[in-house]
Design a protein around this ligand. Structure first.
Ligand SMILES: Nc1ncnc2c1ncn2[C@@H]1O[C@H](COP(=O)(O)OP(=O)(O)OP(=O)(O)O)[C@@H](O)[C@H]1O
Ligand SMILES: [Mg+2]
Length: 438
């Protein structure tokens, strides 16, 4: 079977740790984690502990359990079968020790990997190893309509592995372009749940921003691998106006006493998109300056709350996207530093028809050129409104909602287009300020 099923197959798999002597983290980290788990659960089966920590029972968890038992921090409360099925209960002394560990950090979850392991894994799956050619890009851009020239510009920019600046009016596909670029990278990468740096825990895996690959989709998840890693799609992290300089450094949670990795670290192996560039509270120049060293050196420097700097890998494409004029954001000298600046303009009438057709097919609505031409003539041109790539989707979705409400098959009539257009543009043109009490 398997060939298509495992289309994601790649050679890289982080090997399962063998024993406490060779594992990449200090055994006290594992001990602390076990005692914190036991403190919360009171009683746990030995193999459950190994499963929670995502490390093997034999060689890693078992010797620590024996040690904890010998020191009377935990005891076996049921154990007539294999050692893996022993039921352990935490003692009062164990609780006291757990409280000491809680003072360092309250982190509970899969055991962390070392920074060295993280470096190795990022390097093994680096974007540097991927070349996006025109076929691959074309395939990933299927369903988006742009001038041929756009792909010719995006391809080399992507392979530069550095930064891209997309600018142009809203709704013409800047975010979609970024998503498709990441799609063109293909494959899936292992990312650690958490890493340990100088005794501190940094949580990297993010349920909200990372998409996990189900075990049946990748052969690597069927065999042995280091389960402290999650296999995810190459990530794309999009951050808008809420971006501040602080959120680009380690985020220390004082109650939990561990760190959350910043956006750019979570984006390793994929893309980091600064959307709405220029609308952040921080100066555009400061924001651009932030990336000069990481882009050149492929490493980023983060600060622990103790003031210590740590060096972490930086392996991602940065995409700046704005609908403001780049000239108003930074001066020429600065703009020159961004090598690839790509304008994403309004679609032509012909492209507008093509987009309308694609959206119609996707949504199961009949398509006709005349419908589009009517809409463009009556609602766009005569009002001097520019065509935008998002309008076919927005208008058709509105019509589908109306049809569903009326209980009829989705069809597009002139009257429906007029109603949809009125609802869509009302905010901008027809606002009656007197009604607002001015
Ligand atoms: N050139 C295009 N071809 C096909 N679909 C498009 C195109 N441009 C926009 N769309 C559609 O419009 C929707 C909105 O596009 P998208 O969010 O990528 O635009 P944007 O440039 O990022 O907008 P904004 O500046 O508001 O963030 C997408 O879902 C996409 O399907
Ligand atoms: Mg966008």
């Amino acid at each position: 079977m398997a060939q298509e099923l495992f289309a994601n197959a790649s050679l890289f798999t982080p090997p399962e740790p063998e024993n406490l002597e060779t594992i990449d983290i200090n055994p006290t980290i594992i001990e602390g984690l076990i005692l914190r788990f036991m403190h919360i659960n009171t009683t746990m089966v030995a193999h459950e502990i190994a499963a929670e920590l995502c490390v093997p029972y034999y060689g890693v968890v078992e010797p620590i359990l024996i040690q904890l038992r010998d020191s009377r921090l935990i005891e076996v409360t049921r154990g007539d079968m294999a050692a893996m099925s022993y039921v352990y209960t935490i003692s009062d002394a164990g609780r006291a020790r757990a409280m000491q560990y809680f003072e360092q950090t309250t982190y509970i979850g899969p055991a962390p990997v070392s920074l060295e392991s993280y470096n190795r894994v990022v390097a093994a799956q680096s974007l540097k190893n991927i070349t996006v050619n025109s076929d691959r890009l074309r395939e990933a851009f299927d369903g988006l309509v742009f001038d041929e020239g756009i792909l010719e510009k995006i391809g080399p920019a992507v392979n530069s592995g550095r930064s891209i600046f997309l600018y142009g009016p809203p709704g013409n596909g800047k975010t979609s372009i970024c998503e498709r670029i990441v799609q063109s990278f293909g494959g899936a990468i292992f990312t650690p749940y958490a890493i340990e740096v100088k005794g501190q825990i940094i949580k990297v895996f993010d349920e909200f921003n990372h998409v996990q690959i189900p075990p049946e989709e990748d052969m690597r998840l069927q065999g042995k691998y280091d389960r402290r890693f999650r296999l995810i799609r190459r990530p794309i992290i999009i951050v808008g106006g809420e971006l501040t300089m602080e959120t680009l450094d380690l985020i220390w949670n004082n109650e939990a006493r561990f760190y959350e990795a910043p956006f750019q670290m979570k984006a390793n192996g994929g893309a980091f998109m600064v959307d709405d560039f220029g609308r952040q509270r921080v100066e555009p120049k400061t924001l651009l300056n932030r990336w000069i060293v990481p882009l050149e050196k492929r490493v980023d420097f983060l600060t622990l709350h103790t003031g210590t700097k740590v060096e972490v890998p930086f392996d991602e494409l940065i995409v700046f996207s704005t609908n403001l004029n780049p000239k108003d954001l930074v001066d020429d000298a600065f703009l020159r530093r961004i090598r690839y600046k790509i304008p994403i303009n309004d679609p032509s009438h012909e492209h507008f028809r093509a987009i309308w057709k694609i959206v119609s097919e996707a949504k199961g609505v009949p398509y006709a050129d005349e419908v589009v031409d009517y809409f463009v003539e009556k609602h766009m041109r005569s009002h001097g409104r520019p065509l935008r790539g998002c309008q076919p989707r927005d208008i058709l979705e509105n019509i589908i909602d109306v049809c569903r409400y009326k209980g009829v098959e989705p069809t597009v009539t002139a009257e429906m287009l007029d109603d949809a257009a009125q609802a869509y543009f009302v905010k901008f043109d027809d606002m009656n300020y007197k009604m607002l009490g001015t």
